[in-house]
Write a protein that binds this ligand. Structure first.
Ligand SMILES: [Mg+2]
Length: 368
């Protein structure tokens, strides 16, 4: 295989409603789309980096620069046997996983289209549908939070995740447990706590949460090891896991009992798959996180979630939860049982809506 040319587009999309985590509020996203022509076939990828470096050090601005100056030049003119080889070709670039994943995933899509198979199959996926949960941002009031949960459960979603921050966690969880005792519930702190806050987290035990996601520092594996020893509730790591080596360390040291795999955070499908396999061999379940993706990224997440060890509901939801109009045809929909059908067409199985993408594009560059 050989990549002939790459087109970068930056699109601007307004979220249906602002999304609030412990450390940022998002109303609009700048998303980089990557179209990679590979042996005459166009594959599509989406960069999950945010506008600001508040989730990870990368931003959509740094990703654009890295794609143009380093990622693409490293692949230009290279022959490779399969998309699975791209991760190792890009290994000399340290970090910048979201930039790498955007192009790497586009090549996976192109290879699946060339072979006429769904991307899920090419990745080794075994599911025909995936289980869908929702992530609910921090709300101004408990009533507003409870109303949001009620709405999502009525729509069929299988598990509820709420964002928390110090001081807000106990009233939130208490309220939801009173009203929704049987619901699969988990919390995500996005690194808002420090080890000294352990009592705040300890008081959440007894509410039978499925897990507490990323309570401590975004790069602090050691403190999670200490915290997991003090908690019965499983810790799930998100921000801390950017590489296979970090996943291995987390598993071996006991920093968590569950890992949230995000393809963008770890550098693409190949790395996501390696971490998936590592967890599977260690008997640790994984699930697929979300990054407020538009349709292309959403489609890649669906394909990834079909791997056998994605045994917990992920954050991959219907397009309409985030966007008035998504950039793919058809949009992603969720059944009343909270499941998403995995498309059976070649590649990601959704068509990019070029007319809409053109309308939303604020920057475009062709790399040859
Ligand atoms: Mg998270």
């Amino acid at each position: 295989m050989r990549i002939e040319e790459v087109t970068l587009r930056e699109i601007r999309m307004k979220l249906i409603a602002p999304f609030q985590t412990s450390n940022e509020r998002m109303e609009e996203r700048h998303i980089i789309l990557v179209e990679a022509k590979t042996d005459g076939v166009a594959g599509w990828g989406e960069c999950v980096a945010g506008d600001a470096p508040f989730y990870s050090p990368e931003t959509s601005g740094t990703a654009w620069l890295m794609l143009r100056e380093f990622v693409w030049p490293m692949l230009r003119g290279k022959e490779f046997a399969a998309a699975a080889d791209i991760a190792d070709l890009l290994d000399p670039i340290r970090g910048h996983n979201m930039a790498k994943a955007a192009l790497e995933s586009a090549i996976w899509d192109a290879e699946a289209k060339q072979k006429g198979v769904p991307l899920a199959k090419l990745l080794g996926g075994t599911r025909e549908e995936i289980s869908s949960g929702v992530s609910i941002g921090i709300k101004d009031s408990l009533d507003e939070l409870a109303a949001a949960v009620r709405r999502e459960l009525a729509a069929g979603y299988q598990r509820i995740k709420i964002k928390i921050k110090p001081g807000k966690e106990l009233p939130q969880v208490k309220r939801l447990r009173e009203e929704f005792p049987g619901t699969k519930l988990m919390v995500d702190a996005n690194s808002a706590y420090r080890m000294e806050d352990w009592r705040l987290l300890k008081q959440l035990e007894g509410f039978y949460l499925m897990m507490i996601e990323q309570p401590l520092g975004w790069d602090d594996l050691f403190s999670h090891v200490e915290l997991q020893k003090m908690l019965e509730t499983p810790i799930c790591l998100d921000e801390c896991i950017h590489t296979e080596e970090q996943a291995r360390a987390a598993i071996t040291l006991g920093a968590c009992k569950i890992i949230n795999i995000k393809m963008g955070r770890v550098g693409g499908h190949t790395m996501a798959r390696r971490i998936h396999d590592l967890c599977q061999n260690a008997g640790m379940p994984v699930w697929c996180g979300g990054m407020l993706e538009a349709g292309i990224g959403r489609a890649h997440n669906i394909a990834l979630s079909t791997l056998p060890n994605f045994t917990l509901p992920g954050d991959v939801t219907a397009s309409k939860r985030y966007w008035h109009e998504d950039i793919i045809e058809p949009e992603v929909t969720v059944s009343s049982q909270g499941t998403i059908r995995v498309p059976t067409g070649p590649g990601i199985g959704f068509e990019p809506r070029l007319d809409l993408i053109d309308k939303l594009t604020v920057r475009k560059e062709r790399l040859v």
